[in-house]
Structures are given as C-alpha cells and as structure tokens.
Design a protein around this ligand. Structure first.
Ligand code: SAM
Ligand code: SF4
Length: 333
C-alpha cells in the first residue's frame, strides 16, 4: 500500500527504559547513555492524523526498551483507545516490577481483543538467568491480571538453560490461562557476544537446529517486506521508518529513508518514504546491512537451515496433545 493512502499498522518504541539487563539486548551491550521517552503530544498527533484513521494494529515494542516503563504508558493507551477505538493494541513486555494496581488500571482501558505478549524464558528463578534483574513475584501478579482480562501470549526463547524444560514451561503457561505459547529460536549466539572465539557460548542450546540461522543475502535476493506493508515505526526520539527493524543507535542506516521528528506527521511520512525501494533497488549499496539479514529471500537451501524459526501453540487444548506437538516440533529441528 502506498504511504499516501495511509497506514494500517503503527509500531511505537515508546521508551528505551527497562529494569533488566538481558545480555543479548542492544540496550545492554550498547550501554545507552541517555533515557529517551516518546513525547505524548507527538503520539497524540500521529494517532489523530487522517492517515491513521483506518488503523488495524497499534503495537508497542522495541529494540532498546520495554514499553511498560514509559512514565505515562497508561496515558498513551488512553489516547490510543480514544482516538483509534477500532485498532487492536499489542504490548510486548518482560512484565516485571509494576504493581497490581498499575496492571488493573491498564486492563481497565484495554479490551479482550487486545494482546499482551510476555517474554518469559524460564520458571521462577530460572527466568532471571537470561532476564537479568527480573522479579518473578511481580511478573506472576501481572500475568494473573492480564490473562483474566485479554488475549495473552507466553513467549519463550530457546536457550541452553531451558531447552530440556520446555514441556514444563508450556504446562505452566497453560495453567496460567495464557491463550498462546510462542517458542522462538534465537540467532544471537557466538563469539561476538562471548568475546571468545574458542569457548562455546554458554547460552547456546545444545540441541542441533535449536538456533535460528543467520541469513545474509545479496540485494538481488532481497524481498523487502516494507514494499508491501503499510506500516509506520516511531522511535522514542521520534525517528521514523517504514520498518520496525532499522532503528539502531550505532549502525548507520545508509540511504534508507528515515525521518527525525518533524513538525507534522505528514512531513514524517513524506521524508521517511522518499524514493522508497524503487530507487534503492537500483543502488544496492545503499541498502543498510540490516535489510540483508532481515529481508533475505529464503530459498530451499536456506529453508533447511532455519526450517521452523518458531512454534506457535493455541493453549486451549488438552495438555497431552500440546506436549506431543511440542516434542514433534523439537524432534524435526
Ligand atoms: C528489546 S525487546 C523489547 C520488548 C520487551 N522488553 C521484551 O523483552 O519482550 C524486543 C524483543 O527482543 C527479544 N529478545 C531479547 N533477547 C533476545 C535474544 N537473545 N534473541 C532473540 N530475541 C531476543 C525479546 O524477547 C523481545 O521480543
Ligand atoms: S526485557 Fe526486553 S528491553 Fe529489557 S533488557 Fe530484556 S530484551 Fe531488552
């Protein structure tokens, strides 16, 4: 869809704050110097623009932070519900360290079709092995309140410390009345993170095939998803792109259209869509390196390497059939 016709998907990274230090999160290994929170008036401006009036999805996630720690996250939700009542809201969070009262107030503004997706990689103290600084007690309060109120997704990344306990995690998620269980293979393992070429990465699962293969494609094999989707991304400082993957504090984005907070949403759209794709495709060297990883066309040989990067299970089924499906998925990786 052409940007001039409007957007059906807005993705906001509303803050770079987080109370955790997950070792493979860019906020941890890049060591951010400043706290950044999205300006509430910019959010209101975008949500009230005629280009977003047919919005279907409004997602809160990010590359550097966790949306629940924006100082006025509930205020942002109220604005979204007021101006875009038809949109489905999606919140990605680690779920720790907010009080029951805060979650109850948040739920009072959301509806059952909205989604909260919790990133939880282990049960009880195991969750802190990767989610460093997480607090199980407050997380459990959050999941109990949310799973009664709206659609909930339990997302687990496969690591060495949880690969043998995935059926227990699945069972726990089901007992907590989550709607979906999402199991994800990560590609963030190796010497870049351990700083050691010879030693095996301690977080890397031992099971072969439980790591997501990194792709890097030539430009002729790029399949830019942003060409067809009417999505608009906004960072905490108001940087905007037509893709959720590009925002980075350290990597230059080449000539990919970007816009730093402008006076009007119209201008943000215009600047972040200039010469989109058609011109870039003629000048492959201008594509940021990130596009080569994220939007590589997958052919058959690639498929063998990353056949099932994730498994999604609907949890309102009997436990035996769910665990059977999980075991079958793991066995064919
Ligand atoms: C930076 S986080 C922001 C949202 C929220 N704080 C969270 O953790 O879900 C964005 C996404 O990166 C994912 N992530 C964190 N560490 C990862 C890893 N080692 N491999 C793959 N994805 C990872 C998170 O699970 C989340 O879905
Ligand atoms: S919880 Fe999310 S934002 Fe926070 S450090 Fe971990 S991955 Fe990063």
């Amino acid at each position: 869809m052409h940007p001039e016709k409007g957007f059906n998907y807005l993705y906001f990274e509303v803050t770079n704050r987080c109370v955790m230090k997950c070792p493979r999160c860019p906020r941890t290994y890049e060591k951010l110097s400043r706290v950044e929170d999205l300006d509430v008036e910019l959010f209101r401006k975008i949500c009230s623009d005629s280009k977003t009036k047919n919005l279907e999805f409004l997602e809160f996630g990010g590359n550097y932070g966790d949306p629940i720690y924006h100082p006025d996250f509930i205020g942002l939700i109220k604005i979204a519900k007021d101006l875009l009542p038809q949109a489905r809201l999606i919140v990605h969070t680690n779920g720790s360290k907010r009080k029951a009262k805060w979650w109850e107030e948040l739920m009072s503004h959301l509806s059952s079709k909205d989604i909260v997706l919790f990133s939880i990689d282990g049960l009880f103290q195991d969750n802190s092995i990767y989610r460093v600084g997480s607090d199980w007690e407050s997380l459990e309060v959050a999941i109990d309140i949310c799973s009664e109120a709206l659609t909930t997704v339990w997302k687990t990344i496969i690591f060495s410390f949880n690969e043998a306990r995935l059926d227990e995690i699945l069972e726990f998620a089901r007992s907590k009345k989550f709607d979906y269980f999402l199991l994800v293979k990560s590609s963030l393992f190796g010497s870049f993170w351990t700083g050691n070429n010879t030693k095996e990465d301690p977080l890397k699962p031992r099971g072969s095939g439980l790591v997501n293969a990194q792709h890097s494609a030539e430009v002729s094999r790029l399949n830019p998803r942003c060409r067809d989707q009417s999505l608009f991304y906004v960072s905490p400082t108001g940087m905007s792109y037509r893709c959720t993957w590009l925002h980075s504090n350290t990597e230059p984005q080449g000539d990919y259209p970007t816009c730093f907070r402008s006076e009007s949403f119209e201008q943000m759209i215009h600047e972040s869509s200039l010469n989109l794709f058609e011109d870039l495709l003629k000048t492959p060297e201008k594509f940021p390196s990130r596009c080569h990883n994220v939007c590589a066309k997958i052919d058959d040989s690639d498929n063998k390497r990353s056949r099932h990067p994730q498994l999604k299970l609907e949890l309102k089924r009997d436990l035996n059939s769910l665990q059977k499906e999980l075991r079958e998925w793991l066995a064919c990786q």
